[in-house]
Design a protein around this ligand. Structure first.
Ligand code: 5GP
Length: 186
Protein backbone atom coordinates (compact mmCIF):
# COMPACT_ATOMS: atom_id res chain seq x y z
CA UNK A 1 0.00 0.00 0.00
CA UNK A 2 1.10 3.50 -0.79
CA UNK A 3 -0.24 6.08 1.65
CA UNK A 4 0.54 9.71 2.42
CA UNK A 5 -0.84 13.24 2.36
CA UNK A 6 -2.34 14.80 -0.77
CA UNK A 7 0.42 16.33 -2.87
CA UNK A 8 3.03 13.74 -1.87
CA UNK A 9 2.99 12.28 -5.38
CA UNK A 10 1.34 8.90 -4.66
CA UNK A 11 -0.69 8.83 -7.86
CA UNK A 12 2.23 9.70 -10.13
CA UNK A 13 4.58 7.22 -8.47
CA UNK A 14 2.01 4.40 -8.36
CA UNK A 15 1.36 4.84 -12.11
CA UNK A 16 5.10 4.87 -12.87
CA UNK A 17 5.77 1.79 -10.76
CA UNK A 18 3.16 -0.35 -12.51
CA UNK A 19 4.21 0.98 -15.93
CA UNK A 20 7.74 -0.35 -15.26
CA UNK A 21 6.72 -3.62 -13.67
CA UNK A 22 4.19 -5.84 -15.46
CA UNK A 23 3.89 -8.10 -12.40
CA UNK A 24 2.65 -5.22 -10.23
CA UNK A 25 -1.07 -4.50 -10.54
CA UNK A 26 -2.63 -1.19 -9.43
CA UNK A 27 -6.18 -1.39 -8.13
CA UNK A 28 -8.62 1.17 -9.53
CA UNK A 29 -10.65 2.76 -6.74
CA UNK A 30 -14.23 3.95 -6.73
CA UNK A 31 -14.97 7.47 -5.56
CA UNK A 32 -17.93 9.80 -5.10
CA UNK A 33 -15.58 12.81 -5.50
CA UNK A 34 -16.12 14.83 -8.70
CA UNK A 35 -13.31 14.37 -11.22
CA UNK A 36 -10.49 16.92 -11.47
CA UNK A 37 -9.54 18.16 -14.94
CA UNK A 38 -8.07 15.29 -16.97
CA UNK A 39 -8.93 12.54 -14.51
CA UNK A 40 -11.64 11.02 -16.69
CA UNK A 41 -9.17 10.74 -19.56
CA UNK A 42 -6.55 9.16 -17.31
CA UNK A 43 -9.11 6.66 -16.04
CA UNK A 44 -7.95 7.50 -12.52
CA UNK A 45 -11.06 6.35 -10.66
CA UNK A 46 -14.44 4.82 -11.23
CA UNK A 47 -16.53 7.97 -10.58
CA UNK A 48 -19.90 7.05 -9.10
CA UNK A 49 -22.70 8.70 -7.12
CA UNK A 50 -23.22 8.04 -3.40
CA UNK A 51 -26.15 5.67 -3.91
CA UNK A 52 -24.21 3.50 -6.37
CA UNK A 53 -21.28 3.43 -3.92
CA UNK A 54 -23.30 2.54 -0.82
CA UNK A 55 -25.22 -0.17 -2.70
CA UNK A 56 -21.91 -1.76 -3.68
CA UNK A 57 -20.81 -1.55 0.00
CA UNK A 58 -24.01 -3.34 1.03
CA UNK A 59 -23.38 -6.07 -1.54
CA UNK A 60 -19.94 -6.62 0.06
CA UNK A 61 -18.04 -5.63 -3.07
CA UNK A 62 -15.30 -3.59 -1.35
CA UNK A 63 -12.05 -4.85 0.15
CA UNK A 64 -11.93 -1.59 2.14
CA UNK A 65 -13.56 1.82 1.93
CA UNK A 66 -13.46 5.09 3.86
CA UNK A 67 -14.80 8.64 3.89
CA UNK A 68 -12.16 11.22 3.03
CA UNK A 69 -12.99 14.96 3.22
CA UNK A 70 -16.68 14.24 2.63
CA UNK A 71 -16.23 11.78 -0.26
CA UNK A 72 -16.39 8.00 -0.23
CA UNK A 73 -13.33 6.18 -1.57
CA UNK A 74 -13.08 2.41 -1.88
CA UNK A 75 -11.08 -0.51 -3.22
CA UNK A 76 -13.13 -3.19 -4.97
CA UNK A 77 -12.14 -6.74 -3.96
CA UNK A 78 -8.85 -7.07 -5.88
CA UNK A 79 -8.80 -9.36 -8.91
CA UNK A 80 -5.21 -9.09 -10.18
CA UNK A 81 -3.95 -11.18 -13.09
CA UNK A 82 -2.45 -14.54 -12.10
CA UNK A 83 0.92 -14.11 -10.40
CA UNK A 84 0.76 -10.32 -10.05
CA UNK A 85 1.25 -8.43 -6.79
CA UNK A 86 -1.33 -5.84 -5.75
CA UNK A 87 -0.58 -2.16 -5.22
CA UNK A 88 -3.17 0.02 -3.46
CA UNK A 89 -2.96 3.81 -3.35
CA UNK A 90 -5.26 4.64 -0.44
CA UNK A 91 -5.69 6.74 2.69
CA UNK A 92 -4.57 5.73 6.17
CA UNK A 93 -8.03 4.58 7.31
CA UNK A 94 -8.09 2.19 4.34
CA UNK A 95 -4.57 0.97 5.17
CA UNK A 96 -5.67 0.16 8.72
CA UNK A 97 -8.60 -1.90 7.39
CA UNK A 98 -6.37 -3.80 4.97
CA UNK A 99 -3.82 -4.51 7.73
CA UNK A 100 -6.61 -5.94 9.90
CA UNK A 101 -7.31 -8.45 7.09
CA UNK A 102 -3.74 -8.88 5.85
CA UNK A 103 -1.26 -8.13 8.66
CA UNK A 104 1.60 -9.18 6.35
CA UNK A 105 0.88 -6.33 3.91
CA UNK A 106 3.54 -3.67 3.40
CA UNK A 107 2.73 0.01 3.93
CA UNK A 108 4.86 2.75 2.39
CA UNK A 109 4.30 6.26 3.69
CA UNK A 110 5.17 8.80 1.01
CA UNK A 111 6.00 12.32 2.21
CA UNK A 112 6.41 15.60 0.33
CA UNK A 113 9.77 17.30 1.03
CA UNK A 114 8.00 20.29 2.67
CA UNK A 115 4.56 21.79 3.25
CA UNK A 116 5.41 24.46 0.64
CA UNK A 117 6.19 21.84 -2.01
CA UNK A 118 3.02 19.94 -1.08
CA UNK A 119 0.84 23.08 -1.43
CA UNK A 120 2.49 23.91 -4.78
CA UNK A 121 1.74 20.42 -6.10
CA UNK A 122 -1.89 20.65 -4.98
CA UNK A 123 -2.22 24.05 -6.70
CA UNK A 124 -0.64 22.66 -9.89
CA UNK A 125 -3.30 19.99 -10.17
CA UNK A 126 -6.07 22.59 -9.97
CA UNK A 127 -7.18 22.55 -6.31
CA UNK A 128 -8.38 25.97 -5.11
CA UNK A 129 -6.94 27.71 -2.02
CA UNK A 130 -9.59 26.53 0.40
CA UNK A 131 -9.15 22.96 -0.79
CA UNK A 132 -5.38 23.25 -0.46
CA UNK A 133 -5.64 24.47 3.15
CA UNK A 134 -8.02 21.61 4.04
CA UNK A 135 -5.81 19.03 2.35
CA UNK A 136 -2.65 20.31 4.03
CA UNK A 137 -4.36 20.10 7.43
CA UNK A 138 -5.81 16.67 6.64
CA UNK A 139 -2.34 15.69 5.42
CA UNK A 140 -0.85 16.46 8.83
CA UNK A 141 -3.25 13.95 10.39
CA UNK A 142 -2.53 11.40 7.64
CA UNK A 143 1.19 11.59 8.38
CA UNK A 144 0.72 11.30 12.14
CA UNK A 145 -1.51 8.24 11.82
CA UNK A 146 0.46 6.93 8.85
CA UNK A 147 3.67 6.76 10.88
CA UNK A 148 1.95 4.26 13.22
CA UNK A 149 1.32 1.78 10.42
CA UNK A 150 4.14 2.44 7.96
CA UNK A 151 6.67 -0.29 7.21
CA UNK A 152 8.76 2.22 5.20
CA UNK A 153 8.83 5.99 4.80
CA UNK A 154 9.99 7.60 1.54
CA UNK A 155 10.40 11.34 0.93
CA UNK A 156 9.45 12.36 -2.61
CA UNK A 157 11.82 15.23 -3.29
CA UNK A 158 13.28 13.98 -6.55
CA UNK A 159 10.75 11.85 -8.47
CA UNK A 160 13.33 9.52 -10.05
CA UNK A 161 15.01 8.86 -6.75
CA UNK A 162 11.70 8.21 -4.99
CA UNK A 163 10.71 5.80 -7.79
CA UNK A 164 13.99 3.94 -7.34
CA UNK A 165 13.44 3.67 -3.60
CA UNK A 166 9.91 2.37 -4.08
CA UNK A 167 11.02 -0.20 -6.67
CA UNK A 168 13.72 -1.39 -4.24
CA UNK A 169 11.10 -1.78 -1.49
CA UNK A 170 8.88 -3.82 -3.84
CA UNK A 171 11.88 -6.09 -4.63
CA UNK A 172 12.77 -6.50 -0.96
CA UNK A 173 9.15 -7.27 -0.07
CA UNK A 174 8.94 -9.95 -2.75
CA UNK A 175 12.20 -11.56 -1.65
CA UNK A 176 11.04 -11.64 1.97
CA UNK A 177 7.67 -13.14 0.96
CA UNK A 178 9.41 -15.83 -1.12
CA UNK A 179 11.74 -16.68 1.78
CA UNK A 180 8.80 -16.93 4.16
CA UNK A 181 7.02 -19.29 1.73
CA UNK A 182 10.07 -21.54 1.12
CA UNK A 183 10.71 -24.26 3.70
CA UNK A 184 14.19 -23.97 5.24
CA UNK A 185 16.89 -26.46 4.20
CA UNK A 186 17.42 -29.19 6.74
P1 5GP B 1 -7.80 12.20 -3.93
O1 5GP B 1 -9.03 13.00 -3.73
O2 5GP B 1 -6.55 13.02 -3.69
O3 5GP B 1 -7.76 11.47 -5.24
O4 5GP B 1 -7.80 11.09 -2.80
C1 5GP B 1 -7.98 11.45 -1.47
C2 5GP B 1 -7.41 10.36 -0.59
O5 5GP B 1 -8.15 9.16 -0.76
C3 5GP B 1 -5.96 10.02 -0.92
O6 5GP B 1 -5.27 9.84 0.31
C4 5GP B 1 -6.06 8.73 -1.68
O7 5GP B 1 -4.91 7.93 -1.52
C5 5GP B 1 -7.23 8.11 -0.97
N1 5GP B 1 -7.86 7.03 -1.74
C6 5GP B 1 -7.91 6.86 -3.08
N2 5GP B 1 -8.53 5.72 -3.37
C7 5GP B 1 -8.88 5.16 -2.19
C8 5GP B 1 -9.54 3.94 -1.82
O8 5GP B 1 -9.93 3.13 -2.65
N3 5GP B 1 -9.71 3.71 -0.49
C9 5GP B 1 -9.28 4.58 0.46
N4 5GP B 1 -9.47 4.24 1.73
N5 5GP B 1 -8.66 5.72 0.17
C10 5GP B 1 -8.45 6.00 -1.15
Amino acid sequence: MLIGPGGAGKGTLAAELVAEDPTLWLSRSWTTRPPRPGEHERNSYEFVDRTTFTEAVERGEFFEWAEFLGNLMGTPIPRPPEGADVLLEIDVQGAEQVLAKRPDATVILLLPPSVEAQAARLAARGDDEEHIARRVEKGRQEVERGRQVATYTVVNDDLRQARGELAAIVDRTRTAALRAATPEDT
